[in-house]
Write a protein of this length. Structure first.
Length: 241
């Protein structure tokens, strides 16, 4: 596991965007798996800007959403679907056939899991998975206590996630379940990038990097990844030895 620290959120985001660009340059048919949420927001803005300025050809790239809230419509501004569409896919005009996002309203959630499982397998696995970290150490919606050997699966959301998740919505929401790419795909991804910013993430980042590996803190699983990069701003790195 490698660790890179940046002065602030802007510098961190710029560096994450640059990693995404370099990834496409080294493998034009990159399969990305992308988190939503506040952490990667600016990185995606920089990514779009760099792609456009540098005329990067992303026409062969495949984009897979990391997770979704079950029961939330794709056009709800708090959904992961909306977030990635508005911040990455629409600005870049990514062809729809290259995008795989969960439908949080799917009647058959098991079939929805299989659809994304298949998409990942048929595209020969994830090249770069970009994740944030929850206050409880979740990765995607892989909540504390989750088994490592999960591919795409439906989860009961932890109470911390149910509460913290309210920040994405403009009115109180019932957030009981999620659908997520599992830790097995995370571990199998050729490259894993975890990014975090802000002092509120400092404690969980310390546990993730310096703590013992345990599914009670799913993010500690990153220590088992053969090609993982943790990118932090100074505040998120503030508690590290
Ligand atoms: C979102 C996701 C979550 C977030 C995490 C941190 O797609 O998978 O695991 O990455 O909850 O959220 P932010 O970045 O909003 O602090």
């Amino acid at each position: 596991m490698n660790l890179l620290k940046y002065k602030n959120y802007e510098a961190l985001s710029e560096a994450v965007a640059e990693k995404m660009i370099l990834q496409i340059i080294s493998k034009p048919n990159t399969v990305f798996c992308l988190a939503s949420g506040n952490s990667p927001l600016k990185a995606y803005e920089y990514f779009v800007e760099k792609v456009q300025k540098q005329n990067i050809d992303y026409s062969q790239c495949v984009f897979i959403g990391l997770d979704e809230w079950v029961g939330i419509t794709p056009d709800d501004t708090g959904s992961c679907h909306y977030f990635l569409t508005k911040n990455v896919f629409e600005p870049l005009n990514v062809p729809t056939e290259n995008i795989y996002l969960f439908d949080g309203l799917a009647k058959n959630l098991e079939a929805e899991c299989q659809r994304i499982n298949q998409a990942i397998i048929e595209n020969n696995g994830i090249d770069l998975i970009i994740v944030g970290i929850g206050m409880n150490g979740h990765i995607g919606f892989n909540e504390p206590g989750i088994a490592i050997d999960n591919y795409v699966h439906v989860v009961d959301l932890d109470s911390v996630t149910q509460t913290v998740g309210q920040k994405y919505f403009d009115k109180p929401m019932l957030l009981k379940k999620g659908i997520t790419v599992g830790l097995q795909f995370f571990l199998e991804a050729k490259n894993a990038l975890l990014m975090a910013n802000g002092s509120k993430k400092a404690a969980i980042i310390k546990q993730t990097i310096e703590g013992e590996i345990t599914t009670a803190v799913p993010s500690t699983i990153i220590q088992l990844h053969r090609n993982a990069l943790v990118m932090l701003d100074e505040e998120a790195a503030g508690n590290l030895v």
